[in-house]
Design a protein around this ligand. Structure first.
Ligand code: GLC
Ligand code: CA
Length: 580
């Protein structure tokens, strides 16, 4: 039973993710920055969150928005300085919040000094810190990469280096070469530069990027052809959850993380990004407390709803899904911790996905606020550690559909788009361009990266200058200032929910989950149980009224409608009943 779970601070904490480029620009250069975040610390604390996860603010050429790091020990100058991060650590702690940073150590930027050395010659001592392999040649004598693997952002995982006449491996963009964790010196350097440097400054843990990809099958063989007609093939089985992955993460934990504590003397926390691991057993081996690897992970079944298989050329193809699928996913990850010593996370947004209102609710004017609150109910009552992404608390929605592809800045969006144009124009797949555009309009990573909407002034108050990404057309309607004055706003509702989640943390954070009426296409209902305490959650995912659940002697704790009816659930209404 989940009531058996040890109580630890990070299980009960709500984390708030900040994407530094888009949060608050303090100096008008169009980029969010650390002084901007510092200005808004009181706002963040006012939400009732307990910890902040800051996406990468390290020095970087920003090909992949800071997930391509050129120096772990420096801050990207437009964001500020190392001293600004130290000030942020202090400010978070002064407000009773912890701060975690992103740990991006599957790869560096190709501009990182380690890679520059590595690529400088075959005999450089750091040559082996990355994966270098000779070319293959086909019968006609054409040069071919060492394997046929498809990279995340389209194209091959291998890029040819003219200078030293070898290919290097990159699971992501060619500017993001993969570090070779097989090399012990390389691992030690990662621990010192990317981890101890910041832990020594007082951070409280890490969100660990692409955590299950450090270990590859290094015999580098070809993936089977599952996408005929393409010269690159999905190949995750060769580089995801590889043979030494648990050993590496255990070492990182044992040698580094376990030696540190938070500012208030508690264990530091890790939350890993665990993609492409759909089986509970495959997740548990990372997060079982006994395994001493990670505290918890993000698992991505939810964000994959409506997408083609991850790692395929079809991510943005856009497929239909139905509510029971979402419910079964939630059930799987709510219940997999029962009777185990593992832990789970709860989230539906981050910087890599479209906005939840647009994807799982409705972003038309009539329903966007209602569905934002309904989703809030649905997620905030779940067991596990809750993560909130900036803007989710005010119900920010996807970029308008009319926006042209030029407004999409993400390297992944742009690469998919270029590929689609090429395949449409050369006749391989004439309608691909339109299909990919529709997929991007719903699911592109760009939607989460639009400037944060603070108020009704130009650019939503994000910046006095020209923002690096266009501000949403709706910033006058959806913004913090308006919602702070309205006790019925999405923002006020999130604050209330987070307070109730704390007041009843036994049942909300630690309770056992039971899915009700699994096949119902319209409503999502579940029960939570902690000893004698019961909570019942009912969420209407449609624009029509729906029947209420059987509530017995439970009392209404809250509804997302100011006036909730006795008989029916309103359109996009969410409710919680409880027996306290
Ligand atoms: C993770 C990040 C994503 C980034 C990728 C490569 O998936 O969340 O934004 O592009 O890693 O570092
Ligand atoms: Ca700035």
């Amino acid at each position: 039973m989940s009531q058996g779970h040890d109580r630890v601070w990070w299980k009960e904490a709500t984390f708030y993710q900040i994407y530094p480029a888009s949060f608050k620009d303090s100096n008008g250069d169009g980029w969010g920055d650390l002084p901007g975040i510092l200005e808004k610390i009181a706002y963040i604390a006012s939400l009732g969150v307990d910890a902040v996860w800051l996406s990468p603010m390290f020095d970087s050429p920003q090909v992949d928005m800071g997930y391509d790091i050129s120096d772990y020990e420096k801050v990207y100058a437009p964001y500020g300085t190392v001293e600004d991060v130290e000030a942020l650590i202090k400010a978070c702690h002064a407000h009773g919040m912890k701060l975690i940073l992103d740990l991006v150590v599957n790869h560096t930027s190709s501009q990182h000094a380690w890679f520059r050395e590595s690529r400088s010659s075959k005999s450089n001592p750091k040559r082996d810190w990355y994966f270098w392999r000779p070319a293959r040649y086909d019968e006609a004598g054409n040069r071919r990469p060492p394997t046929n693997w498809r990279s995340y952002f389209a194209g091959s995982t291998w890029t040819w280096d003219e200078e030293t006449q070898e290919y290097y491996l990159h699971l992501y963009d060619e500017s993001q070469p993969d570090l070779n964790w097989e090399n012990e010196d390389c691992r030690r350097a990662i621990y010192d530069s990317a981890m101890r440097f910041w832990l020594d400054k007082g951070i409280d843990g890490f969100r660990v990027d692409t955590v299950n990809k450090y270990s590859k099958y290094v015999d580098f063989s070809d993936a089977p052809i599952t996408e005929p007609g393409s010269d690159v093939q999905p190949a995750a089985q060769f580089w995801c959850n590889g043979p030494r992955i648990h050993e590496f993460i255990r070492e990182m934990n044992g040698e580094v993380l376990s030696k540190y504590s938070t500012f208030d003397g508690l264990p530091v926390v890790t939350v890993g990004e665990l993609s492409m691991t759909p089986e509970p057993g495959g997740v548990l081996c990372y997060v079982s407390a006994k395994a001493k690897q990670l505290d918890m992970v993000f698992q991505f079944d939810i964000t994959h709803l409506g997408q083609g298989p991850p790692g395929s050329d079809n991510k943005y193809a856009g497929t239909a899904w139905k509510l029971p699928q979402l419910k079964r996913i939630v059930e799987k990850w709510q219940t997999f911790i029962e009777g185990t010593d593992g832990w789970t996370t709860v989230f539906c947004e981050n910087h890599d996905n479209g906005r939840s209102v647009s994807r799982y609710g409705s972003d038309v004017p009539e329903w966007r606020e209602k569905s934002a609150k309904m989703l809030a109910v649905c997620f905030a009552a779940q067991t596990g550690t809750l993560f909130l992404y900036q803007g989710q608390e005010i119900g920010m929605v996807n970029a308008p559909r009319e926006w042209e592809i030029e407004e999409y800045k993400d390297v992944e969006s742009q690469n998919y788009w270029k590929e689609a144009v090429r395949l449409s124009e050369d006749g391989t797949d004439p309608t691909r361009r339109e299909r990919i555009m529709r997929g991007l309009q719903l699911m592109a990573r760009d939607h989460a990266r639009l400037p944060f909407q603070w108020n009704s002034t130009a650019n939503g108050g994000f910046s006095n200058g020209r923002p690096w990404m266009r501000a949403h057309d709706l910033y006058r309607e959806i913004n913090v200032e308006v919602q702070e004055q309205d006790t019925n706003s999405v923002l006020s509702f999130w604050k209330l929910l987070l307070r109730l989640r704390k007041d009843h943390k036994d049942v909300f954070v630690y309770g056992a989950f039971e899915l009700l009426d699994a096949d119902n296409l319209n409503t999502f209902m579940y029960k939570k149980q902690y000893r004698e305490k019961t909570a019942l959650v009912a969420a209407n995912f449609t624009e029509e009224q729906q029947p209420l659940p059987e509530v017995g002697d439970l009392k209404l704790l809250l509804s997302s409608y100011p006036e909730s009816s006795q008989e029916r659930l309103h359109p996009y209404e969410g409710r919680i009943y409880i027996n306290y």
